[in-house]
Design a protein around this ligand. Structure first.
Ligand code: AMP
Length: 417
């Protein structure tokens, strides 16, 4: 679990602002659900036999109620969708969330126990248009934050009993390898055979390479859906790779499944930037009406590792350097007017010497220092000093706001820290 300090948080804010803008452009509206949910919600949705439910959840009992820190975002959003009857309010809901998720995984670069995801869910649209639109949005979003090298892996897990029939075929195939398989895969053969396809163990490589493809198990309608999604991606010019071994670690997926892998930057082996898929049965399984759904989760830490290390421009700011108590009082009023005009203003209230105040102003990266001493107070004006150019002018108090905003080149920056 990480602390995110000033200095690095600016890149987070840039990423989050971009995500918010892009999803809003696609008609998604934000939903915020609790971080803690009843444990059975995740057991029923993510599924028993998955790593998340079996090994990674932060679960505890509070006053006899089993609770869990959310390991992912979809289950809570689906619960809220059902609980508030959102399906009665609109035929299609497009929801966006962002926040901390918790998984007790072995920490590594790009893999943490508290990490942040941003995700979207669409309810009430069985696709395939929404599938392609969602994947295209993600590729565009990553491009906007400078992550260009992205591979979209695409698969279909079918509907109905496809996963079940495929699991049996996979079990038969894998059991032929007997003791050659890794211990994890031997166990998964009986608990969750699809997860063997995620194994990185060299012992499992041959069994995985020769495994049957789930695409051969799809019904005609599933195939139709999958082909349609692909045709739309081709029409959009969004490249993808069909990967029949892509299964991902959550049980609720049906039909379209996708994952975005990055490369370069600081990204290491944990190169999955995000992924998602359809879950056409999840809403009804969690007690709602039969409603198709599709969603994704993006890992923000991973995207930040993949993002270029461009210097983020900080908001231009002003440093008020008063000398003496009266000047400090006057500066408080001036600071208020500057802030009301949208100027980021630092006020030195410690009664320091001019030299150390100017040093502090440079340390903060301020563009201008406003110096007020007794002489200035008498004349009701201030010295405005450009810290980069070491030029200074005298400006009457009444004109300070307009002169400063003109010098900074813009009146105000929204969302300035
Ligand atoms: P998932 O919810 O498993 O589909 O994960 C979606 C995305 O969340 C992944 O592609 C990663 O980018 C990110 N992610 C998942 N687990 C972690 C973790 N433990 N630490 C950091 N990022 C994670």
């Amino acid at each position: 679990m990480n602390d995110l300090l000033p200095g690095e948080i600016e890149r987070w804010q840039l990423l989050e602002a971009t995500i918010r803008r892009v999803v809003a452009l696609h008609g998604y509206r934000e939903i915020r659900t609790p971080i803690v949910e009843p444990t059975p919600l995740f057991v029923r949705s993510v599924g028993e036999g998955t790593d998340i439910v079996d090994k990674e959840m932060y679960s505890f009992v509070f006053h006899d109620e089993p609770l869990t820190l959310r390991p992912e975002g979809t289950a809570g959003v689906v619960r809220a969708y059902v609980e508030h009857g959102l399906h009665t309010k609109e035929p299609v809901s497009r929801l966006f969330y962002t926040g901390a998720m918790f998984r007790g995984e072995r920490p590594a670069r790009g893999r943490y126990r508290q990490f942040y995801q941003a995700g979207c869910e669409v309810f009430g649209d069985a696709g395939p248009v929404v599938d392609a639109e969602m994947i295209d949005m993600l590729v565009g979003l990553l491009r906007e934050v400078g992550v260009e090298k992205v591979t979209v892996l695409l698969n279909s897990l079918g509907s109905g009993d496809v996963k079940l029939r495929y699991a049996v075929a996979l079990q038969n195939h894998m059991s032929g390898f007997g003791d050659a398989l890794s211990d994890d895969s031997k166990r998964r053969c009986w608990t969750n055979p699809l997860r063997i396809l995620d194994s990185k163990s060299p012992k499992d490589a041959e069994a995985i390479a020769t495994a049957p493809s789930i695409l051969e198990f799809l019904s005609d309608e599933d195939k139709d859906h999958f082909e349609h999604v692909q045709a739309l991606l081709v029409a959009l010019g969004t490249p993808y790779v069909v990967e029949p071994r892509l299964v991902r670690g959550l049980d609720y997926y049906t039909r379209t499944l996708f994952e975005l892998r990055g490369e370069g930057g600081e990204l290491g082996a944990q190169n999955a930037l995000g992924g998602g898929g359809r879950y056409d049965k999840l809403v009804s399984e969690l007690g709602g009406p039969a409603t198709p759904g599709i969603g994704f989760g993006l890992g923000l830490e991973r995207i930040l590792l993949a993002m270029p290390q461009n210097k983020i421009e900080t908001t231009p700011s002003v440093f008020l350097a008063p000398m003496g108590e009266r000047a400090t009082r006057q500066s408080l009023t001036i600071a208020r007017s500057l802030r009301e005009a949208g100027v980021v203003t630092h006020l030195e209230g410690r009664g320091s010497k001019l030299g150390s105040m100017l040093k502090r102003a440079s340390g903060l990266g301020a563009r201008l220092a406003i110096i007020i001493g007794d002489t200035e107070l008498e004349k009701r004006e201030a010295v405005v000093r450009d810290l980069a150019q070491s030029l200074q002018v005298e400006v009457p108090f009444a004109e300070l706001v307009s002169v400063v905003t003109a010098k900074l080149g813009r009146p105000a920056v929204q969302g300035a820290p």
